[in-house]
Design a protein around this ligand. Structure first.
Ligand SMILES: Cc1cc2nc3c(=O)[nH]c(=O)nc-3n(C[C@H](O)[C@H](O)[C@H](O)COP(=O)(O)OP(=O)(O)OC[C@H]3O[C@@H](n4cnc5c(N)ncnc54)[C@H](O)[C@@H]3O)c2cc1C
Length: 435
């Protein structure tokens, strides 16, 4: 029996598992175990739509058990990877009890985490935008702040409740702030003591133009559109820290705000730090076959790896690269076990798109620039086609259609248990029943 263990259920890990499901997983002498912290795959390009109440939270996630029939899924937290010993320590269950998974072949696709660069107060106070929980948390925060501000008697408190700062003018930051802006400006109409002009929504970006990956022309277009929609775009600006008073910029400006969303930095998964393989900036250096040199049978891909292109430069950390790497990696793994010729990973970026709210977008596809409604329509069409499973595609398309007809939902997703009686209250209640 040959054992394959895949770590991480993001774009890289999932597409490796899906490809293996069609090939090696059918064979009796192969056992494949796929480990992820959550029991679902998150489609990150649509995450901002959940935060802004455009999409139902369950519609951008897919449970692995519905997608994989032959590959074994293990919901757990990877604690340690022992490359020389060929095993992985994982914990799972409510009590986090430990398991050891031995392997002959290992695929590492553990992605990245948010990096706060040790800025004061960020780890404690800033919100992030990486997981489904983050999107739900942000949505809840916006609704809670509107509810509180509607009855808030202290003026300065109201100001900080209604001021939102997003740090980072890359794809995640721009899409997030555009969606938040649309949501807040529509939602505020339901709060009789509040007015739209009390909202202040600020994007802080360290560069000259936002969305630098799309070039200056599209970046400037996006910037102009956001400003027309009353978003304050502060370019050449950096966050110094965040306190209970608000968000402080390096030029000394203090923005009184209760909410900072940090999308301005990532770093590789900290689990990789202790791995005895070659790394650069914390990422695993692989060869073009995605093999980890010095450790036969070990592969790495996606945001946690540096996979070189034919010129030797690393591929960028995007979903379109990670999912294609997964397919090639799975085929190389099959070749390693069954024989044949491995193929290097070679791919040219097709394009990049961003949705910037109110049915507008910006896109660069095969070197051509698009903006406005057409780019937004392309964003929706392309990402809908990429969303795994027909069921979820239909659900998202229905959500988008219903969004044209109805106002945005303002329900807070609270996870509080229903109240039960304490011992003393229970005694009292029995006495009153007897009486
Ligand atoms: C808000 C947002 C929007 C984005 N939009 C786009 C876009 O429009 N287009 C695009 O191309 N890219 C986009 N990206 C980037 C894209 O999501 C990543 O490049 C891609 O997800 C990388 O895939 P991956 O498999 O390497 O890592 P990930 O998708 O991050 O997956 C890593 C997986 O490993 C799991 N994991 C991590 N640590 C452990 C552990 N210790 N134990 C168990 N499991 C663990 C995580 O739970 C996760 O499921 C976006 C990213 C974000 C955050």
């Amino acid at each position: 029996m040959k054992r394959i263990v895949i770590l991480g259920g993001g774009f890289g890990g999932l597409y490796t598992a899906l490809e293996l499901e069609k090939t090696l997983a059918r064979e009796r002498d192969i056992e494949i175990t796929f480990v992820n912290r959550e029991n679902f795959f998150l489609f990150t390009p649509m995450l901002h739509e959940v935060a802004a109440s455009d999409l139902d939270l369950a519609h951008i996630v897919n449970p692995f058990r519905k997608m994989l029939k032959r590959v074994n899924f293990f919901q757990g937290d990877v604690q340690h990877i022992d490359l020389p010993g060929k095993n992985v320590a994982v914990t799972h269950g409510t009590e986090h009890h430990p398991h050891t998974l031995e392997y002959d072949y290992l695929v590492i696709g553990l992605g990245s985490i948010t990096n706060f660069f040790n800025l004061a107060g960020l780890e404690q106070r800033a919100l992030t935008m990486k997981s489904l929980g983050d999107a739900i948390y942000l949505r809840n925060r916006m609704i809670a702040n509107l509810e509180e501000a509607d009855f808030e008697c202290f003026l300065d408190q109201r100001e900080s409740l209604l001021t939102y700062v997003v740090a980072g003018g890359g794809f995640a930051g721009v899409e997030t702030i555009a969606s938040m802006n649309d949501f807040l400006r529509k939602a505020i109409g339901f709060y009789p003591h509040l007015k739209e002009n009390q909202l202040r929504i600020v994007l802080v970006h360290p560069g000259k133009v936002i969305l630098p990956e799309l070039g200056e022309k599209l970046g400037s277009y996006a910037q102009k559109k956001l400003q027309e929609r009353k978003i304050e775009v502060r370019v050449n600006s950096r966050i110094k820290g965040v306190t209970s008073q608000g968000v402080e910029l390096t030029d000394g400006t203090m923005i009184p705000s209760d909410t900072l969303v940090w999308t301005a930095g990532t770093s590789p998964n900290p689990l990789l730090m202790k791995l005895p393989c070659e790394k650069e900036k914390g990422k695993i250096q692989t060869n073009s076959y995605m093999e980890v040199p010095g450790f036969p049978g070990v592969y790495a891909l996606g945001d946690c790896a540096l996979v070189p292109d034919p010129q030797g430069k690393p591929y960028p950390p995007t979903a379109q690269h990670a999912l294609r790497q997964g397919k090639v990696l799975a085929r190389n793994l099959a070749v390693e076990i069954r024989g044949g010729q491995k193929k290097p990973f070679v791919f040219s970026t097709i394009g990049q798109l961003a949705s910037i709210g109110r049915r507008t977008g910006v896109a660069n596809i095969l070197g051509f620039n698009f903006s406005g409604f057409i780019a937004w329509w392309m964003w929706r069409t392309i990402y809908l086609s990429k969303l795994p499973s027909f069921e979820k595609k239909v659900r998202v398309a229905l959500d988008w259609t219903l969004d044209l007809l109805f106002n945005k939902d303002l329900v807070q997703f609270l996870t509080l248990r229903s109240r039960t009686l304490s011992n003393s209250e229970a005694e009292l209640s029995q006495t009153s029943e007897v009486a």
